[in-house]
Design a binder for this molecule. Structure first.
Ligand SMILES: Cc1ncc(COP(=O)(O)O)c(C=O)c1O
Length: 370
């Protein structure tokens, strides 16, 4: 027998690597990054910071200054702390690892961020996906019933959700936290665009953690996420974290940027100001259904039979605009595309490419798709 086949679990061999499209030369609106780089003066200061680093040494794992800055700038309540991750992707990994008791259940709405399910699979945990409603609202009664039935050790709630952008109601999420027998992690990756947060609610619930990332606010390349929780939770997560997971470079760069947080806040405000412009543009494109968004992206459904989303995606790509295609994945996402908010020019080009692509695919698939 092939040694790879005999060693690697069948479910791992059946998986695909996390897809990252080549965006060379394209308008890149597929991954909810900020379209804005840091201003030159701050970038130059970062250069000076990096040149002064001792790269011969491992990072000091306590990350005291970085954690202090995160607590101060991100509104972490007193008595609570943060544990960093190499992106919040890594926080998902070490939290799942810490909760991976034999037979434990992990639960999340579906569709949602794919890594919740992937890490459950890696750690051989049962993953229960509770479908959203067709309009991507939370099916709160179904979710509460699923909690009752499966007694999950760990619940993930992306708030707002990716890939739908759905802004769940605070009251409904609170009902889930109250009903959960285990840990609830509210993943606030899109909080800078959301206008609501559970961070200030941490003291209200012993089973709540709030996870965030700096990836959506001009720092995706730094790879820094964090989970805010009580020290009792963090001390356990810390044990399943890889040693030295935050590089000396990431630590120093993040400190410098967070010391100037007003700079990235201003960039995020520019992105946020473009969201209604994109939504207004989408409302003028015939046949496109757009879903409410509290994030820096908008999820849309294009008209036509299943597969039309993929055709539109390809056509937009050929026109030099890369968005994310969800057609052919979760059944609720048939013909859905996720459009990150870019600069005003990028957004105009994206809307034009979408409109053009639709003309082309509507022609090819016939009048029934209109
Ligand atoms: C809901 C959600 N959580 C977590 C992540 C991971 O972010 P990162 O690893 O860049 O911090 C993403 C990335 O898109 C996301 O959408």
């Amino acid at each position: 027998m092939n040694p790879v086949e005999s060693v690697i679990r069948p479910e791992i061999r059946a998986m695909a690597t996390y897809p990252v499209a080549d965006a060379t030369g394209m308008i890149k609106l597929d991954a909810m990054e900020s379209p804005y780089r840091l201003p030159e003066d701050l970038a130059r200061e970062l250069g000076a910071v990096v040149s002064g680093l001792g790269l011969n040494r491992y990072p000091v794992p306590s990350l005291a200054r970085l954690r202090q800055l995160i607590r101060e700038t991100m509104g972490v309540p007193s008595g609570f702390d943060v544990l960093c991750g190499n992106g919040s992707d890594e926080c998902i990994q070490y939290i799942t690892a810490a909760c991976a008791r034999e037979g434990a259940v992990v639960m999340a709405p579906a569709p949602s961020f794919v890594m919740f399910q992937m890490h459950a699979l890696f750690y051989r945990l049962q993953f229960v996906a509770v479908p959203l409603k067709p309009d991507f609202a939370l099916d709160i009664e179904a979710f509460l019933a699923a909690i009752d039935r499966h007694r999950p050790a760990l619940i993930w709630l992306a708030y707002p959700n990716n890939p739908t952008g759905s802004p769940y109601s605070h009251a409904e999420v609170e009902r889930i936290v109250r009903a959960a027998p285990g840990l609830v992690v509210i993943d606030e990756a899109y909080q800078p665009y959301a206008g609501d947060s559970f961070m200030r609610r941490l003291p209200d619930f012993a089973n709540l953690a709030v996870m965030r990332t700096v990836s959506k606010i001009s720092m995706a390349g730094v790879r820094l996420g964090y989970v805010a929780a009580s020290p009792e939770w963090l001390v356990e997560f810390d044990k399943t974290r890889a040693p030295y997971n935050i590089s000396v470079l990431a630590e120093a760069v993040a400190i410098k940027i967070l010391e100037n947080k007003h700079v990235i806040d201003a960039l995020a405000a520019r992105v946020l100001a473009e969201r209604p412009v994109v939504q207004e543009g989408l409302s003028k494109i015939r046949g496109v259904t757009q879903f409410p968004s509290a994030a820096n992206f908008v999820c849309v459904r294009v008209p036509g039979p299943p597969g039309s989303g993929t055709a539109v995606h390809q056509k937009m790509k050929a026109a030099g605009v890369l968005v994310r295609n969800f057609d052919g994945g979760h059944p609720l996402m048939t013909n859905c595309l996720r459009l990150s908010i870019g600069t005003p020019d990028e957004n105009r080009a994206m809307l034009a490419a979408l409109e053009n692509a639709l003309k082309y695919t509507v022609l090819r698939t016939g009048p029934s798709c209109d």
